[in-house]
Design a protein around this ligand. Structure first.
Ligand SMILES: N[C@@H](CCC(=O)N[C@@H](CS)C(=O)NCC(=O)O)C(=O)O
Length: 346
């Protein structure tokens, strides 16, 4: 494959991670081609991904072939290594740590409200089934759309428990979304992006989940429009930032980040962190499910080995910090209830 060939990937408009990566590629001006669909429909010379997740990327290999890769977080780092300019990762290690944490929260926690709102309430469920059916094929006839919608809805409704959404946790999930949009709205009133006047991978991760919560699914969209209408404009603009010319001093400094992002870190400490910690202990003990408390409500869900890795990665990131950056991050995590992230990984 020639270096000028576009980077190809399968994605779906209803997939927050597909949207995250498409917006990142547009901003970074990396030649790309999104194929709306599923890797199961790929031409025979396309390799199969190890796990069937969207987006699935096809990177050229040295021998002229292709390799199928999933998981947006490492792909975003790989794109930083392979393409220079218009970086979406701040060079300051303190900011980069905060960015990784917020990206992880967006990818792994905000996806809970996203999936929950999509399938928990009847009105959202009725909308999502049809939306998903037509994203697969906009030319579907009505009868097939109806039966596909019914099949999707049944499957996804039955999988709500996987992300921890059930009648007991619904209140905690919904309250966390409402607090999050209020925090984001405040942050975006002061700077265009989380880390200043240029976007970071964390912005694209938040954007990806918000494309669904804020633009697609009726209940969370109505909440956003009522309480934080600024966010609708932010989502649409973040969709295509190819015309933004970032400047080096577009990033805020560490001192600004510490104060500015404190409410978000405190929110992470109340929601995502307890889940990460309880999940990791349960994974270590070989348990099939875990129970914890989120803002005073009981939270039970099946263990998720991938999240044990997320916690270990965040701790490794912390342990690789040195000098002033390490001290500053430690103090910030301590002040905002995230000190568990400073523990050593064995
Ligand atoms: N950690 C992955 C997650 C990707 C992911 O979970 N994709 C979802 C759609 S948004 C998926 O393909 N799910 C397949 C399924 O649920 O069957 C990433 O960041 O790319």
């Amino acid at each position: 494959m020639m270096p000028t060939d576009p980077l190809r990937f399968y994605g779906n408009p209803s997939s927050p991670y597909s949207r995250k990566m498409l917006a990142l590629l547009r901003y970074r001006k990396i030649p790309h081609a999104v194929m709306w669909g599923s890797p199961s429909a790929a031409p025979p010379h396309f390799p199969k991904p190890k796990v069937g997740l969207l987006p699935t990327f096809y990177f050229p290999t040295e021998d002229g072939g292709l390799e199928a890769v999933v998981d947006s977080t490492p792909i975003a780092r790989r794109l930083e290594r392979e393409h220079s300019g218009r970086s979406a990762i701040p060079a300051d290690p303190e900011l980069a740590f905060y960015m990784d944490l917020i990206e992880d929260y967006a990818d792994e926690w905000l996806t809970k409200p996203m999936f929950h709102y999509r399938w928990h309430h009847q009105a959202d469920r009725d909308h999502a089934g049809k939306f998903l059916a037509f994203t697969t094929n906009t030319a579907l006839d009505s009868a097939s759309a109806q039966s596909d919608a019914a099949a999707f809805t049944k499957r996804q409704f039955e999988r709500l428990y996987v992300v921890g959404s059930n009648d007991q946790t619904a209140g905690a999930i919904e309250a966390s979304y409402q607090r999050f949009i209020a925090i984001l709205d405040n942050l975006l009133a002061a700077h265009t992006f989380l880390f200043g006047d240029r976007p970071s991978v964390a912005d694209f991760a938040v954007y990806g989940q918000m494309t669904q919560l804020g633009l697609v699914d009726p209940t969370p969209r109505a909440l956003m429009l009522k309480n934080t209408p600024r966010l609708e404009a932010w989502i649409w603009k973040t969709d295509d930032l190819a015309g933004l010319e970032p400047v080096e001093h577009g990033w805020i400094d560490g001192a600004t980040a510490r104060t500015r992002l404190a409410p978000l870190f405190a929110e992470i400490a109340e929601t995502y962190l307890p889940v990460l910690l309880a999940n990791a202990s349960a994974v270590a003990n070989g348990e099939a499910q875990f129970t914890t408390e989120i803002c005073g409500s009981k939270w039970t869900q099946p263990t998720f080995p991938y999240h044990a890795r997320c916690l270990a990665d965040l701790r490794k990131n912390f342990s690789s910090l040195e000098g002033e950056a390490r001290e500053a991050v430690a103090a910030t995590l301590m002040t905002n209830g995230c000190e568990a992230l400073t523990e050593r990984v064995e």
